[in-house]
Design a protein around this ligand. Structure first.
Ligand code: MLT
Length: 405
């Protein structure tokens, strides 16, 4: 009889956002009279920018014409998009990133889950705590995380780096040496971020200790303050120690369209001099047939002057929501973080409630859905996340309901 990959059986329960979805759907079905406002999963609500829609229409028309039809996309991405990315997201910021270091994909979630495949099976990982659950889950699936302790919700082989109010939600350098370090800034879930000097310390550490940093910059479009790095390649030496993940989901509203990319510099090599760029290209070649032509044309449109203006406006709308949540909760006496360089607001639960107790309380009393902090890791206990990706009307109503509790 066949057997399944037992690593999958080690995963606790269901994926965080699936658990929340099930709970909320059950509540909504039992209480059809209530209007539930969902500020849990970080999914966008604004429609796609007009420049993107126009590019999609043009590309669809090309696909219906024998002279301009496109079959399989190049597995690493079309040159027109890779070039626009390299020029706008990196070279314009003074980061030396070339077109052949950009790997286009259909999502940063899958990139962040898949990237671990190119590292040795016994690699040790370090993650911020709280953490986007995909980083740990994907390493569990690869059998890399040792034994699960249900009491603390931690894995024996994972180095958890607590990010708390005490350290300003910036992790300290690990005492034991990891092989792979996952960093996400602006952070999901805390919404806090680090300065360029703080990120430089991580780059220096990784180069000194021979570690690789997997830097998730999915929320970089939300940075509003000076001195916050938009890319890890703004730091000196990052080309020899860092991979960067980017997404079109949060900056341009592509959650339902799917487009992202990963940067793997050619200078990034393992202890035997093996190039990670070549390995990741090899993996794409075998496992991936490229993001759709029409979607890559839509991505290219994001970099046009109109596209840039339209996505800035979209980000501005979500940040208006973030300010409303931040200020409203402060007025109501909550301890709140994030929401300045990020679409996430991280709040301390009142009266020592656990994260899940507060989740149930908010759902039942205010009919508002958020994300329990403990779902992101042990240091997330007694915290709660609200997203600014709702509509303005829903955001105002949700905050007003919370204030009225
Ligand atoms: C979140 O809510 O943390 C994100 O939306 C999840 C994701 O981007 O996959």
């Amino acid at each position: 009889m066949f057997r399944v990959n037992e690593n999958y059986l080690k995963l606790p329960g269901s994926y965080l956002f699936s658990t929340i979805g099930k709970k909320v759907n059950a509540y909504a079905a039992a209480h059809p009279e209530e209007t539930v406002i969902r500020l849990g999963i970080g999914d966008v609500t604004q429609p796609l920018p007009p420049a993107v829609i126009a590019a999609l229409h043009r590309a669809v028309d090309e696909m219906g014409n024998a002279a301009t039809f496109h079959g399989y996309a190049p597995d690493l991405g079309y040159e027109f998009l890779r070039k626009a990315i390299a020029e706008n997201d990196f070279q314009a910021r003074g980061c030396k990133i070339d077109v052949d270091e950009i790997f286009v994909s259909d999502g940063a979630k899958s990139d962040s889950a898949n990237i671990q495949e190119i590292f040795a099976a016994d690699s040790r990982i370090a993650v911020c705590d709280p953490v986007y659950p995909v980083y740990v889950d994907s390493n569990v699936m690869a059998g890399r995380t040792g034994i699960y302790d249900a009491a603390t919700e931690t894995w024996s082989d994972v180095i958890y780096m607590p990010c708390t109010a005490e350290n300003g939600f910036v992790p300290e350098l690990p005492k034991e040496r990891p092989d792979m370090i996952y960093l996400c800034f602006p952070n999901n879930p805390t919404g806090e971020t680090l300065t360029k000097a703080q990120l430089q310390e991580w780059v220096d550490y990784a180069n000194r200790e021979g570690c690789v940093i997997i830097f998730d910059a999915a929320y970089e479009a939300y940075i509003s303050q000076e001195d916050i790095p938009h890319s890890i390649y703004e730091c000196e030496g990052a080309r020899t120690c860092a991979i960067e993940l980017r997404s079109f989901s949060k900056n341009a509203g592509f959650t339902g369209l799917r487009l992202a990319y990963t940067v793997v510099p050619k200078d990034l090599k393992d202890e035997n001099g093996v190039s990670l760029n070549a390995l990741w290209a090899r993996r794409h070649g075998t496992k991936y047939n490229g993001a759709p032509y029409i979607v890559q044309r839509a991505g290219e449109a994001v970099y046009t002057p109109e596209g840039q203006a339209q996505i800035r406006e979209m980000v501005g709308r979500y940040m208006k929501n973030a300010s409303y949540i931040l200020n409203g909760l402060k007025e109501a006496g909550y301890e709140v973080y994030g929401g300045v360089n990020s679409p996430y607001v991280w709040l301390k639960t009142p009266d020592q409630m656990t994260s899940w107790e507060f989740f149930d309380y908010l759902l039942e009393k205010a009919h508002v859905v958020g994300t329990p902090g403990s779902g992101f890791g042990p240091s997330g206990e007694h915290y709660f996340r609200l997203t600014a990706f709702g509509t303005y009307e829903n955001t105002v109503q949700a905050v007003d309901r919370i204030k009225a509790l």
